[in-house]
Design a protein around this ligand. Sequence first.
Ligand code: NAP
Length: 459
Amino acid sequence: MSLTSYFMEATYLVASILFILSLKMMSHPDTARRGMFLAEGGMFAAIVGTLIGAHIVTWTWIIAGLAVGSIIGAWMAVTVPMTAMPQRTALSHAFGALAAALVGVGEFLVNIAELGPVKRGALGFEIMLGALTTTGSLIAAAKLQGIIQGKPIQFRGQNLLNLSIAVVMAGCFFYFWFDPSATFVFYTMLGVAFVFGVLLVIPIGSADMPVVMSLLNSYAGLAAAATGFVLGNNVLIIAGTLDGFSGFILSVLMCKAMNRSITNVLFGGFGSAVGEATSNAGGIMREISLDDAAMQLAFANRVIFVPGYGLATAQAQHAVRELAELLEERGVGVKYAIHPVAGRMPGHMNVLLAEANVPYSALYEMEQINPEFSSTDVAVVIGANDVVNPDARDNPKSLIAGMPILEVDRAKSVIVLKRGQGRGFSGLENPLFFKSCTAMLYGDAKSSLSHLAQAVQHV
Ligand code: NAP
């Protein structure tokens, strides 16, 4: 082995260690930021190793790619708001998967005669997973951005059509595996996989899109790992496998938090933003004035803030921390209740509250905080809806029946901050808002919280 090869393998080893450590650190909010830096360091080491170790044919395309990629990446990092992070992530998956598919096509064009059966198999997987993840992720991004309708797009015989396409794709894969000179079959496999990606994602509603995205993330990782096998590149194999399996585990955890099975997400068609609801909701919603709400908070012993997607859209994380600090100065005990799928991506609330320097020790997970609601004077729901919907617990006919919720309705008093009568992402009405213990404080969450803070100061 030459000196440059040693250097390349050494940087790959460093990169792999950094990736593993970063994943570990990202599993806790306290260390997540440092974990991201380690991951960036790992990626940098992998790029440097590849550029120094590999046989470079021409630098022109590499520099052009680095420049274009960096400009697009920096532009996205600066301009895309936090609330659009899921669709931005879907675009990243699409780019990564397209890169894997294109590398596969390049290997087919240049090196196919030298690839043995194992590498040919890996190449087939790379092409199929890369292509279907590309189009699947683009559809997911378009649904999340509202470019195409978020409702499940379903038609008769859909599952049969999908199955037939999967069979054609698998048939092409085996034909190509036995006969690598079958160029037409290879490109048919590629084309069919692109179509399959579209058909796989259109029947899934946008409420389930984050789960689908982490599954697509997993496919993109496996495509990269397959690319690593074809190219004999260790860091791609390791990073792709880490990505593939962490994405899969995340999908399973998210399904668990929503009490759904993966097969139900993929084939059930749930997730319509305007789903038909069987709901226990009914009656009148009671409104509360700002001064009365401030009075309740100022004289409470224990207050729990329950943030949801509305906190993210309003960017109200700083406002809630300021109000919490004012209450604490008055001797009120303040906690934050975090539902695992509040918001639109895993850890959404943790990230926002950490950004506002809310101490991590004040955040409580669902299992920890639920027993505390009954001894809480005021639960303040900030732009949360589905994650506090008691129908999930009480109404077996509800679309979200069985989804674990934050049991705010057990608190002595509930104040709900939202703009109007908007429903949650499931599209369901929420009986919590009609309960006698609940009062609605209408308005944008950030301005309501700021006004509450001012009013509390005057109590
Ligand atoms: P939600 O059910 O989507 O409800 C958000 C509420 O916030 C809406 O009812 C809306 O009512 C209100 N709102 C929006 N903008 C606001 C603003 N500027 N100020 C005040 N209120 C505002 O949110 P959630 O309770 O957090 O539930 C998350 C949903 O996403 C669940 O259905 C979950 O299953 C799904 N999901 C999440 C993930 C994840 O990883 N986090 C993954 C998959 C699915 P108004 O329009 O009346 O203001």
